[in-house]
Ligand binder design. Sequence first.
Ligand SMILES: [Zn+2]
Length: 264
Amino acid sequence: MNRWIQDAGHGGSDSGATHEGLKEKEWTLEAALYVFDRLNELGIQTDITRTEDITLDRHSRTEMVRQYDRAISHHFNAGGGAGAEFIHSIYAEGEFEQKLEEEFAKSGYPIRRTFTRTYPGNDQQDYYYMNRETGDCRVTIVEYGFLDGPHLNQLKDRNYRVGMYECVIRAICREEGIDYRQPGDSEVYYRVVAGSFKEYNNATKYVDTLKDKGFDAFVARHEISSRVYYRVIVGSYKKRKNAEKQVEVLDEVGVSSFIDAYQS
Ligand SMILES: [Zn+2]
């Protein structure tokens, strides 16, 4: 299975596109967090470039993204136009973007185009740095719609936006061969939790520590009475017995953990 990362475009001092008080950076963060949470629920490994309204320069963003197999860079557009756009590298074929188009179309969302663009004067290089400077990571830039376009009123509706994020999730499920389940269509999993952190960065550091010990770990957001914690998960199981075994294995190398029944 691919390791994914969700990139929330812009952030902090970079608002991205703005229109009538709307800021692109807020919706890109919403999109990335939503897809991050849902993929976690569905058992698809993903990371995220930012979880807050912080400035991420081009270098730190691409450094992070190039550590992963696949990335979605979430954006909203401006500048006149209508519908969603999907952008891939000149070195990719566009099969995944085809799936995205199909899912958007099935759910009745307007689509503008899928495209690639070369660097001026160098047709061996990508125009967009998220494609050009992200190494072997296969990045798809998703432009959900135009802030100054004819669908602005629909875009202002959170449910309308979430419907598009679900289209992205369905396309990723198809790509990974995972059964798609709707939000709230729950199944119980037993998760082995090896740590809980207030800071996302501390959680990812602990993931690295566990990886050095040979464990496959990932970070999941956990909300308790509206406070967010970042939990380090070292295995998610349908059978409680298997989770208990994992706790024992961790215990043997001095890592304490507990089991949490998780509804996805
Ligand atoms: Zn953007």
